[in-house]
Design a protein around this ligand. Sequence first.
Ligand SMILES: [Zn+2]
Length: 345
Amino acid sequence: MTRVEGHYYDGLNPVCVSAGMDFSDQEATLTAGAVSERYAISHLRISPRIGSTGRFITLPNGGQFACADCVFLDSVPQESLLEGPVAWLEERWYIALACIVIVYSTLLAGYFFGLPAAATRIVAHIPMQAEQPLGKQALSWMDGKGWFKPTNLDFDTRIPIRNGFEGLYKDLPSKDYYRLEFRSSKVLGPNALALPGGIIVITDEMVKVAASMEEVMAVLAHEIGHVELRHTMRSVLQNSVVGAATAMVTSDAASLSVAVAGLPMLLAQTKYSREFEAAADDYAFRLLRQKGYSPAAFASLMERLAKKDKKQMGVFAYISSHPMTKERVAAARAAAKEVSTTPVR
Ligand SMILES: [Zn+2]
């Protein structure tokens, strides 16, 4: 006779009592407080061995006997035929490692390829009108935060910029949605940004750094690229999916509600990926050439901003949100030499 000590759950009440089971050839006797029951061993179901975790014996009365793992239990008929393969897998750490690698690779592939593709497809079904309230909210959030102050540019400076801007977008698919906003900003310095729904903000500081109207058009053309390619919403969707997934995994509902409530803030601080920056540049270069401007203006403005940013490296410096300056300057110079053939859409 072999005795195994453990705990008994009667399957009716959420309490456990100290118990013991005595095994003879064909029978097992459970003793738990006042309870004493005998069962044929063939009627017991014993959970398979999983590492060194505890074992469970399911009893014919619906109760369960839990005990520490012991070698003896292996000699009793097992619940699952899978025990052999499961135990075999568990004893091989390299298989566990390979599984971890596969899971992580799948997640990474989903993050880098699946998510952007899904965001692109979803955004294609969101009309620009639906984006507009978000853009307005983001702008008033930034105004409210004091990031922006009313523009100090005089009317005569703003009018040609507005006219030039209209000339840039007037044949584009989102032509009905563009709105140019002038603001002065000590916080953002020389900067320009595209908000959802076609709102483009340019700071007085950026207009002052630009040496010519062509340079102002270059920076606006880049932001138009972000609008036409729907970069803001694509970034927001990708980030909020990651946020929502994190909240689900960590069960941290607070982070999810912050993400939703803080949408205008998220929009205001969106930093585009290198891929989006390069795509907006490419769009801008084609648009500029089509409208008779040289993409070289983009290169000279970027170089001047890079020099300026070195002196006053702020968190919101235009270059810090627009990395890979050297490559972009070179691309702009190369684009300036090409001849425009296909119209921009
Ligand atoms: Zn950009």
